[in-house]
Ligand binder design. Structure first.
Ligand code: FES
Length: 362
């Protein structure tokens, strides 16, 4: 009997000691104290270690694109880590190219700040801000695409035509996760107190929020602007090409050209399946009056109706038909990776220089 009691007491003591050790370790492991974050060699921040680089930067109001909300799946949050980033994790490798790995690029959502760390980021990211806005207008453009206008009130946003912002989708009934998703701005850069977005329904967290929960008058939170896809000054003719919500940055570029009386020849190729998938046609028609030499070429891949007298097939076929030699052209493309790759091939066959083909794959 005594042996049993002694055993119980010993086991209880060991358990209590282990529990105490676990509590102490959970309080100390992950606490790296204060460390110095140096950005672009000339800006220093004293920060608490232990969080991801992405979250640490956000706590200093420096916003890095992060479309997947830090899950390591979008690859948007790349940052060059010069010193102190530790080894590259297995979760990062699939999203980093060989060149990026050689150039010390990391996924900032995966790389933890544990010691003094030196990084390099584009200076434009210091202009990225967080904004609160009110949903001023929503409009169902097609069965799956909605236009949303967010008004910033007295606040102003400054962006380049073609850039994007990130919209915060908060938790809602049936979803307890808060995520950020990237959407190109469809409105004019001169419209500084509001932005318009075109958001297609995919069934994902953010598009379900937008299509099934968000209403006019609601508050929203966005940050931006981001992106190196934007209009470049040039004299030559210009090709714009997109499909679906890839229309958004193209509308912003067209509006910019109209606002600034830019008289370049413009050919806008838009790919859709059927007539039901065409939208903003009145607005696009308006550019025929506002721009000197503008042609809109919608091309439908699955339209059977005899009412359709326009182009049929995919965008590369239309490019082949409308462009003879393209050496002095530049091109701006926005759409799915597969669509962009096929259009780039068509443009290269027309001798359009690869350095003048700008694209935004989503
Ligand atoms: S935020 Fe998406 S991979 Fe880092």
């Amino acid at each position: 009997m005594n042996t049993i009691i002694t055993t119980i007491i010993v086991v209880s003591c060991i358990t209590a000691v282990l529990a105490a050790l676990l509590t102490i370790s959970s309080r100390t492991i992950g606490n790296y104290g204060e460390v110095v974050l140096t950005i672009n060699d000339d800006k220093e921040y004293v920060v608490n270690g232990g969080s991801s680089l992405l979250d640490t930067l956000r706590s200093e109001r420096i916003f890095i694109p992060s479309a997947c909300g830090g899950k390591g799946s979008c690859g948007y949050c790349k940052v060059k880590v010069i010193e102190g980033g530790g080894p590259v994790l297995a979760t990062e490798k699939p999203l980093l190219t060989k060149e990026e790995l050689e150039d010390s690029v990391r996924l900032s959502c995966q790389c933890k700040v544990k010691q003094n760390i030196k990084i390099s980021i584009p200076e434009e990211l210091f202009n990225v801000r967080e904004y609160s806005a009110v949903v001023e207008r929503t409009e169902q453009l097609t069965p799956t695409i909605k236009l949303l206008r967010f008004n910033f009130g007295n606040e102003e946003i400054s962006f380049k035509p073609g850039q994007y912002i990130q919209l915060k989708a908060p938790a809602y009934e049936g979803n307890d996760e808060e995520v950020y998703r990237a959407y190109s701005i469809a409105s004019s850069v001169t419209d500084k107190h509001a932005v318009e977005l075109l958001i297609g329904y995919t069934g994902g967290i953010a598009t379900t929020y937008v299509h099934h929960h968000l209403k006019e008058g609601d508050d929203v939170h966005v940050n931006g602007p981001y992106g190196d896809f934007y209009y470049h000054e040039d004299d030559g003719p210009i090709i714009l090409a997109g499909a679906g919500t890839g229309m958004a940055p193209i509308m912003s570029i067209l509006q910019f050209m109209a606002d600034n009386n830019i008289n370049r020849k413009v050919l806008f190729f838009f790919g859709a399946r059927t007539m039901k998938d065409l939208f903003l046609l009145d607005k696009i028609k308006g550019f025929e009056e506002k721009l000197n030499d503008f042609k809109f070429v919608p091309t439908l891949s699955r339209e059977e109706s005899e009412e359709w007298h326009g182009e049929k097939g995919r965008v590369p076929a239309a490019i082949d038909k409308y462009i003879e030699k393209g050496e002095n052209y530049s091109a701006y493309l926005c759409g799915s990776p597969a669509m962009i790759d096929s259009i780039v091939q068509a443009l290269l066959l027309k001798d359009i220089p690869s350095e003048k083909i700008y694209y935004d794959k989503f």
